[in-house]
Design a protein around this ligand. Structure first.
Ligand code: ZN
Length: 243
């Protein structure tokens, strides 16, 4: 492992991957698969970019990965920061990708995997194998549940195989002020509970009808169940704006 100013990166002993620590135990360096989860707006992509920045600027070798980021093959934060990333399509073998990196560079210190809820469940297993065979630290970040309130299949697998599971502490709020824990899908302004898990580009063709406008809103559980969103219906909006 590279040294940084007399300090040593600790893969196996530290629970904070972006912190430099003295290596204080005699265990061999081993990687950790950490799954960090939170709602939309909890800063997952910002954190992914920060981890990648901190590790790469210390000379550690790693890759930033994502899938279906709102901006394509890059990780983009709503705060305006972005970096190019490997797009993890459903067929990509992440173990083979890591193997390639190890063959080429001799080592692979870390992988930062954003939008991990959209990965295939078997890709979570591939990442676990990367940790065990190469000692790579894998930082996977994703959503817990979809708009139906169900675990994403990959999220379920990450929770099952991860060494560490961390809930991100940047809280988002429902319109009522309560903690937002659910992502509601809105189709033409109405909350829906059924449909495809992934809708690309935020528009969805509904039969022969015009493509519907699809958006998402963060709600507390009570308002998610009740379908009470903060968005005003068109009639109310018109009535209010005419006064
Ligand atoms: Zn609420």
């Amino acid at each position: 492992m590279p040294r940084a100013g007399g300090l040593r990166w600790s893969g196996g002993c530290s629970h904070v991957p972006w912190r430099v620590e003295f290596h204080s135990c005699n265990l061999p360096f081993v990687g950790v698969l950490r799954f960090s989860y939170g709602t939309m707006g909890s800063g997952k992509s910002t954190l992914a970019l920060q981890i990648h920045h901190n590790l790469s600027t210390r000379g550690l070798r790693g890759l930033l990965c994502t899938h279906l980021d709102r901006e394509g093959a890059q990780v983009s934060s709503r705060l305006g920061v972005a970096a190019t990333a490997v797009d993890v399509g459903p067929k990509l073998d992440l173990f083979a990708l890591a193997q390639q990196q190890v063959d080429h560079h001799g080592t692979l210190h870390y992988l930062v995997c954003d939008e991990a809820q959209f990965y295939a469940p078997e890709q979570a297993d591939q990442l676990a194998r990367v940790v065990d065979e190469f000692g790579t630290d894998v930082h996977a970040l994703g959503l817990l549940t979809d708009f139906r309130g169900r675990l994403f299949p990959a999220t379920a697998r990450f929770l099952e195989v991860a060494d560490e599971r961390c809930e991100l502490q940047v809280e988002a709020r429902c319109w009522c002020g309560s903690r937002a824990t659910h992502n509601a899908r809105m189709v033409d302004g109405v909350q829906v509970y059924e449909g495809e898990t992934v809708v690309i580009g935020d528009v969805e063709a509904l039969g022969d009808a015009q493509p519907a406008e699809v958006s998402y809103e963060l709600l507390c559980r009570r308002h998610w169940i009740a379908g009470e969103t903060g968005r005003l219906d068109d009639a109310t909006e018109r009535a209010l704006s005419s006064h």
